[in-house]
Design a protein around this ligand. Structure first.
Ligand code: ATP
Ligand code: AMO
Length: 440
């Protein structure tokens, strides 16, 4: 048996004092004090101190321990001794140390946290970086978030779907496509499940969600853009934008609750104290947002402009100062700056039934009630300068009984990033893809 327990499982309520256990992991540190040698073994869940007293132990075992190379993989069988002075309240008195693989040295980066590595170095050596407790913590929380998101959708009667990532058309104007060769034709990596999730509404799925990759050939190099991101997508029939905003804010609050409940040690490792956002989130109209920006910021904004980064921060700060909350919605955007599928208000068609869900620091999600009337949809595609021929497969679904529907998409990485206050979106992806980075 290479392992019987994780280091974190050795607790008085689970293991007896004096019990034999086998731990496995990496050599975090070796401290040879002459008469006594401490080996710190690290696994996914934490660290354990292996204590070897020279006078009491087999000479060869003591020599093996002393000579262990940092970050080598070992398995240690020994006796548990609960000991208050030891780092986790116990130490392991070994009978056997099994070296499973020796690590080279010097290491490409430090794992002890004594030397702060650059993000680029960390990403280049992700296999080492992931051994750091802070990095593991981010991905445990990302895992818990996705788990909670699925749970929320299942509880709320959604069907999980998977739509193609190799497609023939664009969906989101403004961001570029990655072309690929598909046999003898040109195809693209999908920017969003948008068209497919709408077709599913025509198919009667009623409430559908998807968690999957989206690809955007955005050339800018920012702290919040990736070229491959994970999108959480939702579409709901017989619903308007207000209905799906309510689903979104409840989802956000639910995930925060679950992470607080289930990720205590990860949050602690990151020094993050989470507070569940209060629902319902504040809703500001686009017009109110212009007023806030123009009265509080140097950057002037005209009707029909998209929000710049400075504008986003001005409004985010305003909301935070007045409500103490980071999340809010911007609703009723000009129809002309939203994608073709957003439903205009019947009585004031220059405004659309669309929204962005914002965090104080950035946009987290966009959504809208969709156009379900085929003639209107076709004319909106044309007036955005797109060719309806490319959308034939999509438009067809609207001709034979498409219910009114609404939905949204939220970037998983931005969600995790804002939750944890991470500086760079690349910290929330195992192997980020950006303009420069194509491997690992
Ligand atoms: P979406 O997710 O809908 O694309 P977003 O918040 O990512 O929304 P985009 O429209 O993608 O915003 O990108 C525009 C934002 O990115 C603007 O806020 C702009 O300030 C910022 N931006 C665009 N190009 C650059 C760049 N080269 N350097 C820094 N920031 C940029
Ligand atoms: P939008 O283009 O606003 O809307 O994208 C939705 C959300 O996806 C995330 N996101 C990104 N995250 C990291 N890097 C990127 N390059 C990137 N691009 C997008 C953001 C963003 O808010 N079809 C609509 C959604 C809908 O209406 O259902 C859409 O794609 O968090």
């Amino acid at each position: 048996n290479l392992r019987t327990h994780y280091t974190a499982d050795i607790k008085p309520d689970k293991v007896d004092n004096g019990q034999k256990v086998t731990l496995a992991g990496w050599v975090h540190e070796v401290r040879d004090l002459g008469g006594i040698c401490f080996v710190v073994l690290r696994d996914r869940e934490g660290k354990a101190q292996v204590t070897l007293v020279k006078k009491k132990i087999d000479k060869e075992l003591f020599e093996t321990a002393k000579r262990l190379v940092r970050e080598s993989v070992i398995s240690v069988t020994g006796t548990v001794k609960f000991e208050e002075k030891a780092p986790n309240g116990y130490e392991l008195l070994p009978d056997e140390i099994n070296i499973l693989n020796v690590a080279g040295s010097p290491l490409p980066m430090d794992t002890t946290g004594k030397v702060e590595a650059e993000l680029d170095t960390r990403l280049d050596s992700r296999f080492i970086d992931l051994r750091r407790a802070e990095t593991t913590a981010v991905f445990k929380i990302r895992h818990e978030s996705l788990q909670a998101i699925r749970e929320f959708f299942v509880k709320n009667n959604f069907i999980e779907t998977a739509t193609p990532k190799v497609v023939a058309t664009a969906t989101e104007g403004g961001t570029a496509l990655f072309p690929i060769t598909y046999f003898d034709r040109e195809a693209f990596l999908n920017q969003s499940p948008q068209l497919f999730k709408q077709i599913l509404m025509g198919g009667g799925f009623d409430r559908a969600f998807e968690i999957g990759p989206i690809f955007r050939a955005e050339e800018h190099d920012t702290r919040r853009h990736l070229n491959e991101a994970t999108s959480i997508d939702v579409e709901v029939s017989f619903a308007d934008h207000f209905d799906v905003m309510e689903i979104l804010e409840n989802l956000v609050a639910y995930v925060y609750t679950q992470v607080i409940e289930n990720c205590k040690s990860s949050l602690e490792a990151l020094g993050v104290e989470l507070k569940v956002p209060k629902t319902p989130f504040l809703k500001l109209t686009y017009d109110e947002v212009i007023e806030i920006i123009n009265s509080r910021s140097e950057e002037k904004m005209h009707w029909g402009d998209d929000l710049g980064t400075l504008g986003e921060h001005t409004v985010g700060d305003y909301v935070y100062e007045t409500t103490g909350e980071s999340h809010y919605f911007i609703i009723d955007w000009p129809t002309e700056i939203k994608p073709f599928y957003a439903m205009p208000y019947e009585d004031r068609p220059e405004f659309s039934k669309s929204f962005d869900m914002m965090h104080r620091t950035m946009e987290l999600s966009s959504g809208a009630q969709r156009i379900h009337i085929p003639a209107l949809l076709k004319s909106r595609i044309e007036s955005q300068g797109l060719n309806p021929d490319g959308f034939e497969f999509y438009l067809k679904a609207f001709e034979y009984g498409m219910p009114p529907h609404a939905g949204w998409g939220m970037g998983c990485e931005r969600f995790v990033m804002t939750m944890l206050g991470t500086d760079n979106i690349r910290d929330t992806v195992l192997f980020p893809r950006d303009r420069r980075r194509l491997s690992p």
